[in-house]
Design a protein around this ligand. Sequence first.
Ligand SMILES: [Zn+2]
Length: 277
Amino acid sequence: MSKPKLHWFDDWYLIEAFGSGLYGIGEPKYHQINWNYLVVGSERALLFDTGPGLRDIAPVVASLTDRPVTVLLSHLHYDHTGNFHRFPETALVDLPMLRACEKDGLLHAPEEMFLGSYEDMTWVPHIIKRWWPIGHRIDLGGRGLEIIATPGHSPESISLFDRERRVLLAADFLYLGNLYAQTPGASLPDYLASAETLTGQLPADMLILGAHGEEGTDESPKLTRHDLVDLKAALTAIRDHDMPPASQNPDRYVINDRLALLAGPQSYGPWRAYKGG
Ligand SMILES: [Zn+2]
């Protein structure tokens, strides 16, 4: 892939064009520095996540493609789902816990999956047009994206893999900085299982794009298989009591010089006895 090109859409959204129909749509002025991704095929386009919704993202998407756009969410946290209701064509991964959120034809995200109270955000109930199973290949015309289950950060989290171009859109499973596994629903055993699956299945030279950028750079967060391997090694060491946290409350584990992992008492699941409270 050629070197990505950055340009501001307005004073909020930053577009990173990777070439061959892949775009990052960043929000560097939002304190969580969210990155959403648009993949454009010859017939259709897919928007993976919609940001916190502080600004309308639809005009940004419309500026990049005239193909019909389907929006797919990586998970339901408020900082990825804010503009979801602005798009008529929607999809979610077909998991029982997400199906259970559907009432009267609309998806209602419960607070424990949305976490909107963190920043005073309100879920807007919205229709789900397609339920895609794990392993489904989304055909956009001339390019496809595979849905991979990557629970850990949250139980419903998914990533998308473009096998031909060797790009993994990892959402909140893997990005630069502190990985959040201290939030409700996070699980370190799930995180490790997902890391093992990805390292076992995906090629060595893949580019991994995450959903949160870093302070001090306007670029999207770019990671490699080395980061994934380091994450897997750290989680294995945490499980085996071979790695103490660098700090506590929440527990913070240093994975490498650009990655750390946060964990709360309930994140350990069966790895540690949790006494409640
Ligand atoms: Zn999240």
